[in-house]
Design a protein around this ligand. Structure first.
Ligand code: PLP
Length: 709
């Protein structure tokens, strides 16, 4: 199934294989340029996938490259950079002098590292990917554990009626940057676990992300029943039983994989509740070693970190107790528990069912939400687990999410940072003093670079709709809805994220006549570019897309509304780098953090957002706009927020954008762009985030104690 090497690679450039299989290349521009040099057209056709590129490249071309001095010079330099990086000299983590290094195992149901590894669905996965890359950069002893979903991806197409069609695509193993995981003896490893009494085989794959390895499990293995082969089929697919089976594999299987492969792990971090069964498995190990249940729980709590990611109730898995009983009745005796004491572990007082977040909060010594606001909301939300404590004492802290700058900052802008902030800007990225030098960047150079990114976004949109038009012969109105009339001179508002109801994607469409006046102003035109998928089972989300699509096709809006199909990390980069304004209007307080706005802000794209999640910490009147500032909760929130949004656009955003100085540069706008980068980049970089996790969660010795548990 998996080809182990590239037999057609000439010896002199055989190291290309190592570079291709280490996703380090994805955040190092010189490595990306190297693959572009191999074959520019193929690089594009493979959607920037070096594994596929090397497999499809013809041997004569590779031979010629192995004798091309210019190519060899670039190749040698990249290979040298990679091997220096892997040596991990002088990393931040080493500099801590934390005598006892504590290797960390990070469990997540999804990882968004790069498009060529389609095992993520949205913000949670992309955050996990950014966390791994940053852990690698900072030199943390860090391992990821997750799933390889063979039917990984749902692609999105929108029909002429505006309805989302879900197209499932199987992962092409030969073209994914994965390799089989090997035991210390060099054998391919297959784990056997029991799932509700039935044996199950799990294959394990390894993905290299800089200095960090991810171990991904797959149940599509010979010997498993057809039903079991489907367990790892799709991310968030299937019914509640399938979901439970997945989570057993992730949590319990994940711990056993680490043990069998002898991967050191002392601190265990559950990124969201999906993997919380791993806490039980570690209790079981200790009980098997002779500890009492209570002593085992206390040892597990000391070494366990849990991050909760959403205040939306449906975002927390709850399983019926009979299902838990069916799958765990042979397991709880190994913890030294009876039925009642076991089921109690997953209970929220007064609520039926087994709640994965409740389990995680009880067994993790250190828990956190993902923004200051989300910390408060979570303490409120889970207070009933600590009935004797006041809300402030509920032991859930907060660490605000950040973004991996080397992944999300545009390459040209990164060169500008290098020039004006200094060559060490990436190492010092969470130091506010460094970013004050953004003021030194000449306005003209800065603005021209932004205009180029905007052009890149519009070109990407047009190329995609052109390809679809040629391939599928769709209705011409769909070519317009896909963005072919977008205008590089118009103020461009980006909105791209999952289509979950609370994100209120259609709020800006709520007064079509007022919107029309804003978009169609002949001297100061504005355009809206949307993208995002609805969950395949979410008809409500699909109806929101349909609403947008109708207006996008409507000649009355003049092609100034576009919907770009099949949102993913590749498209996200163009959006957060090339829009002028980033619109975000979820219903507070339901956006736990939101990271797309952080990605936009560090590229100088100005946030126009309600005060929720990270924006409540990041916003100042100089770096963006706050919808409904000063307003408290109200039943009429949708209408009031829309009113505030329109007024801000009419009175602040559009006038500032079109207020041009010499050389047609909007000086006030540019000042805000720079202030956005200066004030937001250090505070919302993933480096700041992972350092906080390290100091307050991974290396902290004291579990937070509070309340009855
Ligand atoms: C960053 C990112 C997200 C998260 O977006 P939010 O606005 O924070 O929900 C989702 N999907 C992709 C592909 C992303 O890159």
């Amino acid at each position: 199934m998996i080809q182990e090497s590239h037999p057609n690679l000439p010896k002199r450039i055989a190291g290309l294989r190592e570079i291709a299989y280490n996703l380090w290349w994805s955040w190092h521009p010189e490595a990306r340029s190297l693959f572009k040099l191999v074959d520019r057209t193929l690089w594009r056709e493979t959607n920037h996938n070096p594994v596929r590129l090397l497999k499809s490249c013809n041997p004569e071309r590779l031979n010629a490259l192995s004798k091309d001095p210019a190519f060899l010079q670039a190749y040698d330099a990249v290979l040298r950079d990679l091997s220096n990086y892997m040596k991990a000299d002088g990393t931040w983590y080493k500099g801590l002098g934390a005598g006892d290094t504590r290797p960390i195992a990070y469990f997540s149901a999804e990882f968004g590292v790069h498009n060529s590894l389609p095992i993520y669905s949205g913000g949670l996965g992309v955050l996990a990917g950014d966390h791994c890359k940053t852990a690698s950069d900072l030199g943390l002893p860090f391992t990821g554990v997750g799933f390889m979903y063979p039917q990984g991806y749902v692609h999105q197409q929108v029909g002429v009626d505006g309805w989302q069609q879900n197209i499932y695509d199987y992962i092409d193993w030969d073209a994914a940057p994965v390799q089989p995981a090997l035991t210390p003896e060099g054998q391919r490893y297959v784990l056997k676990v029991s799932l509700g009494g039935w044996p199950l085989n799990i294959a394990v794959f390894r993905v290299v992300v800089g200095r960090v390895c991810l171990y991904l499990m797959d149940t599509n293995v010979e010997g498993n029943t057809p039903g079991d082969r489907e367990v790892s089929g799709r991310l968030y697919g299937g019914d509640i039983t399938m979901r439970l089976r997945q989570e057993i594999v992730l949590g319990i299987g994940g711990v056993r994989v680490l043990r069998a492969l002898k991967i050191p792990a002392e601190v265990f971090h559950a990124n969201e509740g999906h993997s919380a069964f791993m806490f039980l498995e570690r209790v079981r190990e200790l009980v098997a070693d002779g500890k009492s249940f209570e002593a085992a729980v206390s040892a597990v709590r000391e070494t366990t970190v849990f991050t909760t990611h959403t205040p939306v109730g449906a975002g927390h898995d709850v399983f019926p107790e009979h299902l838990i009983e069916e799958y765990f009745k042979n397991y709880w005796p190994s913890l030294g528990l009876d039925r009642e004491r076991f089921l109690e572990l997953g209970r929220v007082p007064g609520v039926p069912g087994w709640n994965m977040t409740a389990l995680a909060l009880k067994l993790a010594g250190r828990s956190n939400g993902v923004s200051r606001r989300h910390g408060e909301v979570s303490r409120q939300m889970w207070k009933s687990l600590w009935p004797r404590e006041s809300v402030e004492k509920v032991p859930i802290r907060s660490i605000t999410n950040g973004v991996h700058l080397a992944t999300w900052v545009n390459q040209d802008l990164a060169s500008i940072f290098k020039k004006y902030l200094g060559p060490d800007w990436k190492v010092r990225q969470d130091d506010p003093a460094l970013w004050s030098k953004v003021d030194d960047i000449p306005d003209e150079e800065f603005w021209r670079t932004h205009l180029q990114h905007k052009q890149d976004l519009l070109n990407m949109v047009r190329d995609r709709v052109r390809a679809r038009w040629m391939r599928d012969r769709m209705d011409p109105s769909q070519v317009l809805a896909g963005g072919s009339l977008l205008d590089a001179n118009a103020l461009t508002i980006g909105f791209a994220r999952r289509f979950a109801g609370y994100k209120r994607a259609t709020m800006i469409l709520s007064d079509p006549e007022r919107l029309k006046r804003i978009l169609l102003d002949p001297w100061r035109p504005v355009q809206l570019v949307f993208a995002g998928k609805a969950h395949p089972a979410d008809d409500g989300g699909k109806m929101l897309i349909q609403h947008i699509y109708h207006l996008a096709r409507d000649p009355a809006f003049g092609g100034r509304i576009a919907f770009v199909e099949d949102y993913d990390m590749h498209i996200a980069r163009y959006f957060v780098q090339g829009s002028d304004v980033w619109l975000n209007n979820p219903m507070p307080p339901l956006e736990a953090c939101g990271t797309s706005g952080e990605k936009a802000a560090v590229n100088g794209v100005l946030n126009l957002s309600v005060l929720d999640g990270w924006w409540e910490e990041g916003y100042t009147p100089e770096n963006g706009w706050a919808i409904s500032e000063g307003q408290t909760q109200s039943d009429d929130r949708d209408r009031l927020d829309a009113e505030s949004l329109y007024t801000l656009l009419e009175e602040k955003v559009v006038p500032l954008y079109y207020d041009r100085g010499s050389n047609d540069i909007p000086l006030g706008w540019v000042r805000m762009m720079k202030e956005s980068i200066r004030s937001i980049a250090p505070q919302f970089s993933a480096a700041r985030m992972v350092k906080e996790y390290t100091k307050n969660m991974y290396l902290a010795q004291d579990p937070v104690t509070a309340g009855s548990k």
